[in-house]
Write a protein that binds this ligand. Structure first.
Ligand code: GTP
Ligand code: MN
Ligand code: MN
Ligand code: MN
Ligand code: MN
Length: 199
């Protein structure tokens, strides 16, 4: 297990810990950017109220609901429609990055990935901007992640140079690589470029 990671069982046994669940929803697509560049995949993130990018989801209370039921409840609030999440969609659990180097975080983060049909993702995007009770409040809008590199090295690299909540940036990068949505070479170039933009 990678550093900072813990098993779901260990995490749920922690008394006094808070839990949050977030999910990366994605779909394959045949759409083309400018009518010529295949975009291949749709990956959803959101602009949060605090200006940071993150995944849909939120705090769950394992004493009252399962992790998956809590995540589905958050999705109803933030996406405006029901997206059933099951244990099959579960990926990993880690502790939130501590606020200071001396403390350990009492916030535990559970991460999920769910593949959908393109039509379903489009329904999510529509509902998120219309029926979601948190639209314009907790969540400022859904965004698709550009997975390609444009001629001027933009696209994924510029996206990765934004600011992300918690470990959302590394959750995004490792999911894109693990699912093969972005090649290691493209990711390496995008990461190098995004670091230069921060310098
Ligand atoms: P409230 O209903 O206002 O409490 O918000 P929420 O339940 O929707 O909680 P939120 O989505 O803000 O998640 C709770 C905490 O989890 C945040 O304060 C962050 O520390 C962390 N967090 C939020 N989004 C992500 C994410 O995409 N990835 C990771 N790793 N952590 C996140
Ligand atoms: Mn929420
Ligand atoms: Mn949330
Ligand atoms: Mn909440
Ligand atoms: Mn809320």
């Amino acid at each position: 297990m990678a550093r900072g990671q813990l098993s779901r069982e260990e995490a749920l046994a922690c008394s006094g810990c808070r839990h949050a669940c977030h999910v990366m929803l994605y779909a394959d697509t045949t759409s083309k950017l400018f009518g010529s560049t295949p975009i291949r995949h749709i990956v959803l993130m959101q602009m949060r109220f605090d200006g940071l990018l993150g995944f849909p989801g939120g705090l769950v209370n394992p004493e009252e609901e399962s992790l998956e039921a809590g995540l589905s409840r958050e999705l109803l609030e933030e996406l405006g429609l029901e997206v059933p999440i099951t244990e099959e969609d579960y990926v990993e659990t880690c502790r939130a990055p501590p606020l200071s180097s001396k403390s350990t975080s009492r916030l535990i983060l559970h991460f999920y990935v769910k593949k959908m049909e393109e039509e379903q993702i489009r329904e999510v995007e529509k509902a998120a901007a219309s029926t979601a009770v948190d639209h314009g409040l907790e969540v400022m809008g859904k965004v698709r992640v550009p997975l390609f590199r444009t001629t001027h090295n933009g696209g994924l690299s510029f996206f990765l140079s934004h600011s992300f909540i918690g470990s959302a940036r590394s959750q995004l990068i490792s999911s894109l690589l693990r699912l093969g949505l972005v090649s290691p070479q493209t990711m390496e170039k995008a990461l190098r470029k995004s670091l230069r933009m921060h310098a």
